[in-house]
Design a protein around this ligand. Structure first.
Ligand code: ADP
Length: 148
């Protein structure tokens, strides 16, 4: 049976940790939908952007599996809250599955990446190459707006 999985997130910005989960999941499910960004990496996944409630998107797109990534224990509480709330709001049947982060990306978060970028640090260990320029450009633009 064709199983459709969704990996939702704000991916602001997408990191190598997110990509690692996406790559691994693309081998597990028949169809994988990722919310926002991606493309340059040759991964078999569709990218969709949506507003509104996640449970509406899940119903409309006939999603079977909601996929999330778990880093340390600190992620667990938020992820459980996220899962149970979406289960309560659910308008169709789906199952939530967690993939544990790979050892090398256990510490990696989008907010840290932003912090490093704002302070002029190197990003190549944390985000895919095609994303580096986009982050730097966005930060320069917001710095200009703050000055102007
Ligand atoms: P949100 O904005 O919904 O918190 P994110 O875009 O930050 O989501 O992340 C999407 C999902 O990826 C979440 O389940 C998050 O726990 C997971 N995730 C974030 N960073 C990593 C990482 N380095 N390794 C594995 N999973 C991660």
């Amino acid at each position: 049976m064709n199983k459709i999985a969704l990996y939702p997130g704000s991916f602001d910005p997408i990191t190598k940790g997110h990509l690692n989960i996406i790559k691994r999941a693309s081998h597990l499910f028949d169809n994988l939908i990722v919310e926002e960004v991606l493309k340059a990496e040759k991964i078999d996944a569709k990218v969709k952007v949506f507003d509104g409630l996640l449970v509406d998107f899940i119903k409309n797109e006939k999603i079977d599996i909601l996929l999330r990534g778990l880093r340390a224990v600190s992620d667990y509480e938020y992820e459980l809250q996220f899962t149970l709330t979406n289960e309560t709001l659910a308008k169709s049947e789906f199952e939530t599955i967690f993939l544990s982060a790979s050892r090398e990306y256990l510490y990696l978060s989008s907010s840290l990446v932003k912090e490093i970028a704002i302070n002029g640090g190197e990003l190549d260990k944390f985000v895919p190459e095609c994303i580096e320029g986009i982050i730097t450009r966005k930060i320069n633009e917001s710095k200009k707006q703050m000055i102007g």
